[in-house]
Ligand binder design. Structure first.
Ligand SMILES: [Zn+2]
Length: 406
């Protein structure tokens, strides 16, 4: 089994390298935005969208032309990769996976990618890496990068430069350990497992929220681009990255534990994006109860359900396990004891009491049990045995998710 994995380290660049990296990511942003503007213009004129090859040709012209000669200072491949990113953004938009591609802003996801391993030299013994037009860069080696190098991404986050080394290696096909479990996602409890255990919510954002808001206010009072403003901005960035780190760490611990102990994990196929979008509504149709909902939405985003699912998916895949997504129908209203479906079963947010048979249990645990049952049913009918090809309407992603459509 081939395993793709990324290893991320903090870079320790010298002043010249820092300046170069800032310039390179600026050049990539420029190329992305220029190409996006071009595609938009063509669309307005009713012309066809340019493909990757045609854009690359244009890029060569831009680099050799007189208007933007500084583009020639940046390495070619990362500039081409940014065009590839634009292609992907369009593809995601057409597949309805994402919004229309947006122009890149300075200071937001500043990064660039070297796609060709032949141009990169990784010297792990001396904790350094060679990148075209940057030379040897030192990095903080927290662990060994395993496998053959495939590509490298350089990024700026919270005022620090990082390097992410993507590798590929052959690992033994693992035998999944443990049984099956259902998971109910919630606000009061981040995740409840069908065995009754649960994961407390991480309110890292809430905890830091007041401080963040105070810093943001302070920043807005300063004269933009002044020295005071830059200092205030650095403080805001620092706390934002701290929030991000705490959240990532928390999610990784939770998903590692769950995927280590279960061969099959069933979750509700929640449309997190839709849920978090609905509150504001549109101008014609303003959302109801916006204040309360936006609080809920923030909590959802805060806890990163989508990220939780993504991590579970690939970690189970690594261990040979399965992630089964089931449509969230009646999972909170069905009695796991007698099967009676009624909204009355759920008297309060926290308590489930069956009006038919009197079965009583924590509502989230009931939800998790029902998710597990739905997952078992799906799994049995659609993927009977690993050797059988999945039925129509089901596909197994590379990482092992069973996607089920209602
Ligand atoms: Zn019942």
């Amino acid at each position: 089994m081939q395993r793709l994995q990324a290893f991320k380290y903090e870079l320790m660049p010298n002043g010249q390298q820092q300046r170069s990296m800032r310039r390179f990511s600026g050049s990539c942003r420029f190329v992305f935005n220029k190409a996006l503007a071009l595609q938009k213009e063509r669309h307005e004129r009713g012309e066809k969208k340019l493909g990757f090859a045609a854009l690359c040709k244009l890029l060569t012209e831009w680099r050799n032309g007189t208007q933007t000669p500084w583009l020639a200072d940046a390495p070619t491949h990362p500039l081409q990769q940014t065009l590839k990113d634009l292609e992907r953004a369009y593809a995601n938009f057409f597949a309805k996976r994402a919004d229309f591609p947006r122009f890149k802003k300075k200071g937001r996801s500043d990064s660039f990618r070297y796609p060709d391993p032949k141009q990169i030299k990784l010297d792990q013994g001396n904790a350094r890496i060679f990148l075209p037009k940057l030379g040897w860069l030192r990095y903080r080696k927290s662990r060994d990068a395993l496998g053959a190098l495939r590509n490298v991404t350089v990024s700026l986050s919270g005022g620090k430069w990082f390097i992410s080394i993507q590798t590929q290696r052959e690992v033994e096909q693992p035998i999944p350990q443990g049984g099956a479990v259902g998971i109910d996602m919630g606000i009061a409890r981040f995740a409840t497992l069908s065995d009754g255990t649960f994961i407390e919510p991480l309110n890292s954002f809430k905890k830091h929220e007041a401080r963040l808001r105070r810093y943001q206010r302070a920043m807005s009072r300063k004269v933009k681009f002044s020295k005071n403003w830059s200092q205030a901005k650095a403080r805001v960035t620092r706390i934002q990255s701290r929030i991000g780190n705490a959240r990532r760490d928390y999610l990784h611990k939770a998903t590692t534990t769950i995927s280590q102990n279960h061969a099959m994990v069933c979750i509700e196929d929640l449309q997190v994006r839709n849920m978090s979008k609905s509150a504001a509504g549109t101008t014609e149709k303003p959302g109801k109860n916006v204040r309360a909902k936006s609080g809920l939405n923030k909590a959802i985003l805060d806890q990163g359900w989508a990220e939780f699912r993504r991590q579970l998916d690939y970690k189970l895949g690594w261990r040979g396990g399965w992630l089964v997504a089931v449509p969230p129908q009646y999972t909170s209203r069905t009695c796991p004891c007698c099967g009676h479906v009624s909204a009355d079963n759920r008297q309060t947010q926290a308590q489930f009491l069956c009006v038919e048979c009197g079965f009583e249990e924590n509502a989230d645990v009931v939800g998790a049990i029902n998710v597990l049952r739905a997952g078992h049913a799906r799994f049995a009918c659609e993927v009977s045995g690993a050797a059988m090809p999945p039925a129509a309407g089901t596909h197994r992603s590379d990482s092992g998710t069973v996607q089920c459509r209602p």
